[in-house]
Design a protein around this ligand. Structure first.
Ligand code: AMP
Length: 249
């Protein structure tokens, strides 16, 4: 069974985000980029399925500009067999990504597509659901456990009221949640091996998909800084301040 894993390159989650001076977006120049954390979890799940003999090949795919190659090499060093870069300098929004992934699925014919539940840069939480709809495949979102049996996959989902277990027939789309696994660290010899693994670059136009952005970002700004708190002497002072300054009671 082939597994396709969608990997998005995002600003590393340890980096303090800087908003551009003209408020058109966040600064990405000279900023450390990494695999979106939920996609690392998706890749770890795929590699484990391959290690247990269920999957025969793990392919990673990323959509974006050429520097994403470094991120794809990290995915190969983690254990993916080969990588595909769909190259475009158009800002790809979830529907465009889903359409491009649909075209890749048509070429590669995987039985399972794994994605992160959300990208931590846009927090859209949409691509997996859109892809499943476009493909007309079943979807298991926010997976905290994945069990494959014959041509079925059982997905455990964490929902507000507890755990929901659903069963899907393959092929299927699954999006991964935080508690599914802890992704492995990349070992140095695997970084060397990854340099020899295949990485194919395809221009997005070759897939003949309309990826025109449908949304326009009007403004990006940092959240307001919280005022530093003060200590009050007693409950009466607290009530007075809530009435006169905060005006909440
Ligand atoms: P989103 O809907 O933007 O929150 O993204 C959900 C998931 O879709 C991500 O965790 C990735 O697995 C996948 N995805 C989103 N954008 C891209 C991209 N440009 N390239 C590859 N995969 C992507």
């Amino acid at each position: 069974m082939k597994i396709l894993v969608a990997i998005k390159q995002v600003i590393d989650h340890h980096v303090a985000i800087q908003v551009k001076l003209d408020n058109t977006g966040v600064e990405t120049n000279n900023v450390k980029m990494s695999i979106n954390p939920f996609d690392e979890i998706a890749l770890e799940a795929a590699i484990r399925l391959q290690e247990s003999g269920i999957a025969s090949e793990v392919i990673v795919v990323s959509i974006g500009e050429k520097p994403i190659q470094t991120t794809l090499r990290s995915a190969l060093a983690m254990g993916a067999d080969r990588a595909l870069l769909i190259q475009t300098d158009v800002e790809t929004q979830p529907l465009a990504v889903a359409k491009l992934l649909q075209a890749v699925v048509a070429q590669e014919n995987p039985q399972l597509v794994l994605l992160g539940k959300q990208a931590i840069d846009d927090d859209s939480h949409q691509t997996g659901q859109m892809l499943a709809a476009l493909l007309n495949w079943g979807q298991g979102t926010n997976a905290s456990q994945i069990i494959l049996k014959d041509d079925e996959v059982q997905v455990t989902r964490e929902i507000d009221t507890g755990l929901e277990i659903i069963s899907l027939s393959l092929p299927a789309v699954i999006t991964t949640d935080l508690r599914l696994n802890n992704p492995r660290y990349i070992k140095l010899p695997n970084i060397m091996k990854a340099k020899k693994k295949p990485l194919t670059i395809l221009a997005a136009e070759e897939l003949d998909v309309d990826i025109t952005p449908r949304l326009q970002t009007c403004k990006v700004e940092l959240p307001l800084r919280r005022k530093t708190g003060i200590k009050v002497e007693n409950i009466n002072e607290l009530i007075t301040k809530l009435q006169t300054e905060a005006k909440v009671i």
